[in-house]
Design a protein around this ligand. Structure first.
Ligand code: GDP
Length: 428
């Protein structure tokens, strides 16, 4: 496995954390390339449940090198909160096992404040952001007013760059939002201790990952969020503020995309979505509630109940094709136990359907909001799947469900997941 890239093939929360954690066993280096502390990967090891918002999932394996690439929006306060939390549970992370790109942009308090205010400003057009300042941080990156990890860990540069950034941000806070300004002195006080701690972790992670590749190491690139939340290719504007697919590896990790080999998408056996925006296969009724209850579909970062619905083959095919997936992993198959029939969305029906391919994901959001899902019901099963470890031991209806979907999608399922624990997987 020289390079393996894993991405969410739905709207996020596909169970990437657990799968990536399992795959990380075979990797020497684990790299995050995009997003911020809004990832919320959950990994269950025995009795222990770890929720990682910021750190790469390889961090639970003491011998791996974990890189936070330049494309990640780094929140140093959350990063150290997470590191301290791990230390309290006996997992020590040092600069030997974690490096953070000096070119990664830093999230400050003012980003969080602007995030909340901008969302309020949008009113009914709100996006449903996690409010962690990630979008405003990326906006500053594009506007060339952001501060990077390399600035944060250099006290003189920090003071100078922060003063320049706050001059503009405070004008926005006071004159547009009518809010109190942010005091540079307070920010410096608050961030100085974490800046000092971050210093030894700051590195040129792009050079490190390219060197690891030359040295024949195996590298795992872990995606956060999901393909349908991609800033360019997702359901804009109800998307996250970064690219979530394998394209982010080139820009956000400094690794040449033409060297990527195995690419795995992760998708649940059904669908969920957090936040606003169209979701064609959503089930807003009792069955959807049952999916939420059985699948424990509440956000790992925000605790928000997730919107639930059935597997959307149009969206899944699109996500796998967009990212050149060589295979995919189906998670949460166990959650479907007990549904007499399992509906699957096989196509989109348009009001004016002339010339529209029902199997093609529409490029424009207005169209997606207007489609009606074409649904086919598959036979359900009643057996508990959580202890099954071999494909042959699955009940016939569950096997049929997987094989039928695989045929519909045209990309092989490499792994099935039947429970939150690391070991609850079935190779295909
Ligand atoms: P991520 O952001 O893609 O890593 O997804 P989350 O970790 O937020 O959501 C996945 C949730 O489902 C977590 O609570 C996991 O422990 C749990 N989970 C992962 N795989 C499975 C599975 O196959 N079955 C069940 N029932 N739960 C799973």
């Amino acid at each position: 496995m020289p390079t393996l890239s894993v991405f969410g093939a739905q709207w996020g929360d596909e169970g990437k954390g657990k799968i990536i954690d399992g795959l990380a066993r075979d990797a020497d280096v684990v790299v995050r390339c995009q997003g911020g502390a809004n990832a919320g990967h959950t990994v269950v090891v025995g009795e222990e449940r770890f929720v990682l918002h910021h750190l790469p999932s390889g961090i639970l394996h003491p011998e791996k090198l974990n890189l936070i690439g330049n494309g990640v929006a780094v929140d140093p306060l959350i990063l150290f909160e997470e590191l301290d939390g791990l230390a309290a549970r006996g997992i020590e992370v040092t600069p030997n096992t974690l490096r953070v790109s000096a070119a990664a942009h830093v999230i400050f308090e003012h980003h969080r404040r602007v995030d909340g205010l901008a969302e309020r400003w949008r009113g009914s057009g709100r996006i449903g952001t996690t409010g962690r300042g990630i979008g405003p941080c990326y906006a500053d990156k594009a506007a060339r007013t952001g501060l990077r990890v390399g600035d944060l860990v250099d006290p003189a540069r920090l003071e100078e760059r922060l003063a320049a950034a706050l001059a503009e941000k405070n004008a926005l806070l006071e004159k547009v939002y009518g809010e109190a300004p942010v005091s540079a002195a307070e920010v410096l006080d608050r961030y100085a201790p974490v800046a000092q701690r971050l210093g030894p972790f700051a590195a040129d992670t792009g050079a490190e990952v390219r060197r690891a590749y030359k040295d024949g190491k195996s590298i795992l690139f872990e995606g956060a969020q999901g393909a349908m939340l991609d800033l360019d290719h997702g359901t804009y504007p109800f998307v996250t503020s970064s690219n979530t697919g394998i394209a982010a590896i080139g820009s956000g990790a400094g690794f040449p995309p033409n060297r990527l080999e195995r690419v795995l998408g992760i998708a649940k056996a059904y669908c969920t979505r957090v936040g606003e925006g169209p979701f064609p296969s959503e089930d807003g009724g009792a069955q959807g509630d049952l999916l939420r209850k059985r699948g424990n579909e509440y956000g790992a970062t925000t605790g928000r109940p997730r919107r639930c619905g059935w597997l959307d083959l149009v969206a899944l095919r699109y996500a796998l094709e967009l990212n050149g997936a060589t295979g995919w992993v189906m998670t949460n198959l166990d959650v479907l136990t007990g549904f007499p029939k399992v509906p699957v969305c096989t196509g989109y029906a348009y009001a004016a359907s002339e010339g529209r391919d029902p199997g093609l994901f529409p490029g424009h959001l207005a169209d997606l909001g207007a489609v009606r899902p074409i649904v086919e019901e598959r036979p359900g099963w009643t057996e508990d799947l959580t202890a099954v470890r071999r494909f042959e031991d699955l009940p016939p209806a569950a096997r049929d469900y997987v094989s039928w979907i695989e045929d519909q999608v045209g990309t092989p399922v490499e792994l099935l997941s039947v429970g939150p624990d690391r070991d609850q997987v079935i190779p295909r």
